[in-house]
Design a protein around this ligand. Structure first.
Ligand code: FA5
Ligand code: MG
Length: 403
C-alpha cells in the first residue's frame, strides 16, 4: 500500500489526482501521463494558440457569460446520465473513458457541465475546458483535447419568440453581406425531429437561430483566411446528426484545403436536460466545438502533440490574440560545430562568411558567432590553433563557431 509512484504519487490503493487522494477500484484506469496533463490549462494561457482561439470565439459572443475554470473530475452521472445517455452507451466503457474509480471520471465532453450551468441561472454562455478520451495515437488524435460548449436558451412565451425573431433577422442581415456559401438542410425532418413538447413554430425559430449563429461564427473563424480561399467564398455544410441530448441534431463541416472538415456537433437541447436544470419553461440550443482541429488549420500546426510542447521554440512564436502561421523547427536538439580557417590578406566580412554558411547549410544553420580572430604569421597562428583546440577540449561542450 505504500509503494507510491514517484511520478504521480499514487499508491497501490489510492490515486493522487490534482492534490487529492481517491481510492482505486476495478474501474480505475487513469494513467500517470494523463494525470500530468490535468493542471496544464492550455486554454487559459492567453498567448497559447488554444488560449487565443478561445478568446477569438468569446469575442464573437460578447453578450454571453464566458466560463473556463471547471474541474475535469466529474461523476458519470454528470457526464452521461444527466444528458440522457443510455445505460449501454459505448462512451461509458473503460476502453473509451478515463475513470478515477467507479464514481469519478474525467469529462469526455464539455456538455457534462450543461445542467449545472443552466441551473446556476446562466441562459447564454460559453464554457471552455480540457476533455479526455482514450484513443489511438497519431498526428490528429490525442487523449486530451479542448472543447468550447456554447448554449443559448429563450423563454417559451411570446417574449422568447419575439427575441428569436429579432436575433434571427439581425444574423440573417449580417450573413447576407458576407462571402459565405451554406449547404443547408431542412431544420426539422422525420429522421431529425423536433421534440414533442415544443411549439412547432418556436422549434423552427430555435434551429434557425442555432444555424445563423454558427454560420456567423464560422465566418469569424475562417472567413477570408488563406487556405479557405482568398476571395473564394467560405463553404459551410450542415449534416443531420445524432446526440442523446439534442433533437434535432447537426454537425457542421467547413471546406478547407480541398477537404470537408468536421468542426462541431450541436442541436436543440433536450427538454429533460432543461427540466433537470430547473429551467423547464425554456427552449434553446447548444453546440460543442473542438479547439485543436480549428487551431491546427488557423496556425498551420501539423501535429496535435505540439500543443503540449513546453519548448520555447514553440511557445515563443505566439502572442495573445495574434493568429500567425507556425514555423516548424527541428525535432532534434541543436548541434554545434567549431570552424577555424585562414582569411585572405584583405580580410573577410562576417556577412560574407554567413552567406557562405547559408549557401552550404541553408536554414539548418541557426546561429553563427565569431569567438576569436588572430592576425599573425603562420608559426604563431599554428600555436594559436593548438592553444584554441586544447582550450576547447578543456571546456567540454564548447559551443561557438571559431573563426
Ligand atoms: C460532442 O462531444 C458533443 N458533446 C457535442 C455537442 C454539444 C452536441 C452540444 C450537441 C450539443 P463529438 O464527440 O462529435 O460531440 O465532439 C465534438 C467536436 O469535438 C468534434 O466535432 C471535433 O471538432 C472535436 N473532437 C472530437 N473528438 C476529437 C478528437 N479525438 N480530437 C480532437 N478533436 C475532437
Ligand atoms: Mg462527432
Amino acid at each position: 500500500a505504500f509503494s507510491s509512484c514517484p511520478r504521480c504519487f499514487s499508491t497501490d490503493s489510492h490515486v493522487n489526482v490534482l492534490g487529492q487522494y481517491y481510492s482505486k477500484d476495478s474501474a480505475t484506469n487513469i494513467t500517470a501521463s494523463i494525470i500530468d496533463k490535468l493542471d496544464r490549462k492550455l486554454h487559459q494561457q492567453p498567448a497559447h494558440p488554444l488560449g487565443s482561439l478561445r478568446s477569438l470565439i468569446e469575442s464573437h459572443y460578447p453578450s454571453f457569460t464566458h466560463l473556463s475554470n471547471f474541474t475535469p473530475l466529474v461523476t458519470p452521472a454528470k457526464n452521461f446520465d444527466d444528458l440522457s445517455f443510455p445505460a449501454d452507451h459505448p462512451g461509458r466503457s473503460a476502453s473509451d473513458s478515463y475513470y478515477i474509480n467507479k464514481d469519478l471520471m474525467l469529462r469526455t465532453h464539455t456538455s457534462a457541465h450543461e445542467v449545472e450551468t443552466f441551473a446556476k441561472g446562466e441562459r447564454k454562455w460559453l464554457l471552455t475546458a480540457d476533455v479526455y478520451r482514450r484513443d489511438e495515437i497519431d498526428a490528429t488524435h490525442y487523449p486530451v483535447f479542448h472543447q468550447v460548449e456554447g448554449a443559448s436558451i429563450f423563454p417559451t412565451n411570446p417574449t422568447g419568440i419575439h427575441d428569436l425573431e429579432e436575433d434571427n433577422a439581425r444574423l440573417a442581415d449580417y450573413l447576407k453581406n458576407s462571402n459565405i456559401v451554406i449547404e443547408d438542410i431542412p431544420h426539422i425532418t422525420g429522421s431529425n425531429p423536433r421534440q414533442p413538447t415544443h411549439d412547432p413554430r418556436q422549434a423552427e425559430l430555435v434551429a434557425q437561430n442555432l444555424k445563423l449563429s454558427l454560420n456567423s461564427l464560422m465566418l469569424t473563424l475562417f472567413g477570408g483566411r488563406a487556405g479557405v480561399g482568398g476571395g473564394e467564398p467560405l463553404r459551410v455544410r450542415w449534416i443531420e446528426a445524432y446526440f442523446p441530448f439534442t433533437s434535432p441534431s447537426y454537425e457542421v463541416e467547413v471546406f478547407f484545403h480541398g477537404k470537408w472538415l468536421e468542426i462541431l456537433g450541436c442541436g436543440v437541447v433536450l427538454q429533460s436536460t432543461l427540466d433537470r436544470a430547473n429551467v423547464p419553461d425554456s427552449i434553446g440550443w447548444a453546440f460543442g466545438l473542438g479547439l485543436e482541429r480549428i487551431a491546427m488549420i488557423l496556425y498551420s500546426i501539423p501535429d496535435i502533440r505540439l500543443f503540449w510542447s513546453q519548448d520555447p521554440r514553440f511557445l515563443n512564436q505566439f502572442a495573445p490574440g495574434n493568429i500567425v502561421p507556425f514555423v516548424p523547427y527541428s525535432k532534434h536538439p541543436s548541434c554545434y560545430k567549431d570552424i577555424s580557417f585562414w582569411v585572405p590578406e584583405q580580410g573577410l566580412h562576417e556577412n560574407d562568411f554567413c552567406d557562405l554558411v547559408r549557401d552550404v547549410a541553408g536554414d539548418l544553420a541557426e546561429n553563427v558567432k565569431m569567438v576569436s580572430r588572430l592576425r599573425c604569421d603562420a608559426d604563431l597562428a599554428n600555436k594559436h590553433y593548438r592553444l584554441t583546440r586544447s582550450h576547447i577540449r578543456k571546456r567540454e561542450g564548447t559551443v561557438d563557431v571559431t573563426a
